[in-house]
Design a protein around this ligand. Sequence first.
Ligand code: NAP
Length: 262
Amino acid sequence: MAKEIKKPSFDLKGKVAIVTGATKGIGYAIAATFAMYGCNIVITSRTPADCERVEKDIKNLYNVQCLGISADSSVKENIDEVVAKTVEAFGKIDILVNNAGISGKTTDLLNQTEDNFMKVVSTNLKGCFLFAQAVAEQMKKQGTGGKIVNIASVGGLIGGKGVAPYGASKAGVLSLTRTMANEWARYGITVNAVCPGYVITELNQDIFADPEIKSKMEKRTAVRRLGSVEEVAGPVLAMVSDCFSYMTGTYILLDGGQTIGG
Ligand code: NAP
C-alpha cells in the first residue's frame, strides 16, 4: 500500500500572533501575511496613530481580529501590558514575532556613543529577550506550546563597518534564539530566527536613495537585487506553520546570496 504523506498546511485559522513593530516594513508584511492565512493579530509600535490605522487596515483587508497596541519594545512595563491585553482579548498566544528594530546612527567604532549603542541594544536585543520571556511564560501556562521567530539580520553574522551596535544586537538575538530554543523545547515552544539581507524599508530608504550605494549593494548580492518585504514574510509564515515543527534554535538566511560573496 502506498504510504500516505501529510499535506503541508500554512493555515493559521484560530491562532493568535503578536508581531512587534508591525506598522511598517517587514513587520507589517508579516502581520498581513499571517492575517491572509486566518490568524488573529496583535500589532505594536511606538506610534499610537499608526497602530490604530494598521489595526483597521488588517481587519478590513483580511477579515480577522486585530488589535493595535502602542508599546515600546525596550520598556518592560509596555511589554507586560501587550501580553496582558492579548490574553484578555484572545485568551491565548500561539505565535510571537520579535520584529521591532532600529538601525541607530552609522559611524565608526571610535566615534560610537554609549547613548546610540544602548538605544539600539535596548530595542533590538533587550526587547527581544523581554518579549520572548513574557510570551513563553504565557505559553508555558497554556500548555499549548508555541512558535517564536526573532528577526535578526545578516548584520549579526558579518562585521559590517559603521554599524557595530546593530551587528552586536543582532548577533545577540541569534545567541538568545539558541538558548531560548534549548530551554523552552520542554514546553513545546520552538524558537528560530531569520537573517534578512538588504530589504528597502523606512529603516534604510535614505541610504538606498543614493543610486551609487544601491548599485554597490546589488552587486554584492548574488541575485543582483535587493529583497522585498514579501520575501521575508513568506518564509516567516512557513516557519510558524506546521511545516517547520522539527526546526528549532537556528536561523534562515534570506539574503539573495549576499554572504556567499555576491
Ligand atoms: P522599519 O520599516 O523601520 O519598521 C520598524 C517597525 O518597528 C516600525 O513599525 C516601528 O514603528 C517599529 N519600532 C521601532 N522601534 C520600536 C520600539 N522600540 N518598540 C516598538 N516598535 C518599534 O524597519 P524594517 O526594515 O521593516 O525592519 C524590521 C526588522 O527587520 C528590524 O528588526 C530590522 O533590524 C530587521 N532587518 C531589516 C532589514 C532591512 O534591510 N530592512 C535587514 C535585516 C534585518 P515606530 O517607529 O512607530 O515605533
